[in-house]
Ligand binder design. Structure first.
Ligand code: AMP
Length: 496
């Protein structure tokens, strides 16, 4: 199918052709005609598949009837509202709108927090048909009555699952209440949980469900790999990977803002030009960090999940999860920064044993096992890590289970069943199962292709041997030297 067959106007087709797009992507092929029909849409598409154009192009087509060159603001009320979760995504979507609307006399602007509101007030004062906004700043404008939403005909929630989660939902509810009842609602996201779908249905009116890929699935162009590593050696491993693979541009995700700052500083100290992007940085710093990364001035962008959503960075081949995300859905969003628009990508995760449950959660969501590659220089401690994890698990069970006889059994049963056991079994059977070398030219390190399940007894004996050696880690003192006087106290605790 061609763009011409989708019912778009010549002005839009010209703009598309300027972009060099040859034919619509699957989500565009399916969504554009439905949106042009006026139906509500719930669109599930992997990120990087042309999602933005799939709602922007038909939106512009529908608004073309309002295009006018009048100077009166009254002739330019907000007709379409696009809500997005992050400032960076707001700017990106706004740029897409401008790109596709370049031959149309329709006005658009973007409002988001973290910057002075005055310039935005000035921008909306003369009237705009299309508004891209983050919810908090939009509410500021609505409270100051610098904007009205009474003429909105199309509401678009991009990254809809994030927009409807607990953090944003109150703002979204307030905004939706200010919209006319009769309107078209479009929601797009790469992931939709059951709960979010229920919430979405309260806003949507008989939506057409469009899914171009399995729900919560990831782009097949992306190679996934997990490198097991002790948490205190992650920084070292990261530098090793950057140098070994000669990575010139890599997006690295951390779980915390402080962690992002620390890691960026560490990399800079090791002559790897890096910048941090997270919610505690002011807008100028955020824009500079992203800008210098996109321009190739910085080699590594260390970011929290604020950068996980929707960001489109040209030719980004590598995403590294320095820490696994707390929710499996965020993994999909994070790694979606690579492998975009049909390009190949590699998603690397550095996972310590404490993260094995998070890994299991991700594998469950993706319904697939992620290849685990041991890098020999960093793999020596996995056996220890496995034992620590069991100790932590056992401690948790002890807390919730008063019967000491029942402590061990559920622990092993659980581990044997869950995906985490692969991690552990790999560690334990390290020498016996190392049979295959990676065929992937990107990875020259040996790895273990399959992880046999270990018998509970085997785990138990390993655990006994390692228990005393590793007491510090199990009590969270992994990186600090332990004062000698404190050791007996920890040992006593362990016995209890
Ligand atoms: P998105 O999923 O909207 O973030 O888009 C990902 C990338 O695909 C962007 O860089 C778009 O410019 C690009 N793109 C969108 N539609 C097409 C198309 N039909 N053909 C080629 N590239 C496209």
């Amino acid at each position: 199918m061609s763009f011409e067959q989708l019912g778009l106007s010549t002005d839009l087709l010209r703009a598309i052709s300027d972009q060099g797009y040859k034919k619509p992507t699957p989500i565009q092929e399916q969504a554009i005609p439905v949106i042009l029909n006026g139906s509500d849409v719930m669109g599930g598409a992997q990120t990087g598949t042309g999602k933005t154009a799939s709602f922007t192009l038909p939106m512009l087509r529908r608004l073309e009837v309002y295009a006018n060159s009048s100077m009166s603001p009254a002739k330019h009320p907000v007709r379409a509202l696009i809500l997005v979760p992050t400032r960076e995504l707001a700017v990106q979507v706004y740029e897409s709108v401008r790109t596709y609307a370049k031959y149309l006399p329709l006005r658009a602007t973007v409002v988001f927090g973290g910057v002075n509101i005055d310039a935005q007030i000035e921008a909306v004062r003369f009237g705009i048909e299309i508004l891209v906004a983050t919810p908090g700043r939009l509410l500021d404008h609505l409270q100051q009555k610098t904007l009205s939403l009474s003429k909105v005909e199309i509401l678009i929630l991009d990254e809809a699952d994030r927009m409807l989660d607990m953090g944003f939902l109150p703002d979204i509810k307030q905004i939706v209440e200010m919209l006319p009842e009769r309107r078209q609602n479009l929601m797009f996201s790469a992931t939709f949980s059951g709960e979010i779908k229920k919430l979405a249905n309260k806003i949507l009116n008989k939506p057409v469900l469009i899914e171009v890929a399995k729900q919560n699935s990831v782009n097949e162009m992306i190679t996934h790999v997990v490198h097991p590593v002790e948490s205190c050696r992650k920084q070292e491993l990261l530098i090793f990977l950057i140098k070994q693979k000669e990575l010139q541009q890599v997006l690295v995700f951390t779980r915390t803002k402080q962690g992002a700052d620390r890691l960026a500083q560490y990399l800079n100290r090791h002559d790897i030009a890096s910048a941090a992007l997270h919610g505690d940085r002011n807008q100028l710093q955020r824009s500079q960090a992203l800008g210098s990364f996109k321009n190739g001035l910085t080699r590594v962008l260390v970011a929290t999940d604020v950068a996980a959503r929707g960001l489109d960075i040209d030719e980004l081949s590598y995403v590294i999860n320095f820490e696994l995300p707390n929710t499996p859905e965020d993994y999909i969003h994070r790694i979606g920064r690579t492998g975009r628009a049909g390009a190949k990508g590699v998603a690397i995760s550095l996972a310590c044993q404490e993260e094995s449950k998070l890994l299991a959660g991700i594998e469950k969501l993706l319904k697939t096992k992620i290849k685990i590659e041991e890098i020999s220089e960093f793999g020596a401690t996995r056996q220890q890590l496995q034992t620590v994890d069991l100790l932590i698990e056992e401690k948790k069970i002890k807390r919730t289970n008063s019967s000491s006889n029942r402590i061990k059994q559920p622990s092993f049963a659980k581990h044997n069943k869950s995906a985490t056991i692969h991690f552990k079994s790999e560690a334990i059977t390290k020498n016996t199962h190392r049979t295959e070398k990676s065929k992937d030219p990107l990875f020259t390190q040996p790895y273990i292709s399959k992880f046999s399940h270990v018998q509970a007894a085997q785990i138990e004996s390993e655990k006994q041997i390692e228990r005393n050696m590793l007491h510090r880690r199990s009590y969270g003192y992994s990186n600090k030297p332990l004062p000698a006087l404190f050791i007996p106290l920890v040992m006593n605790k362990q016995k209890n």
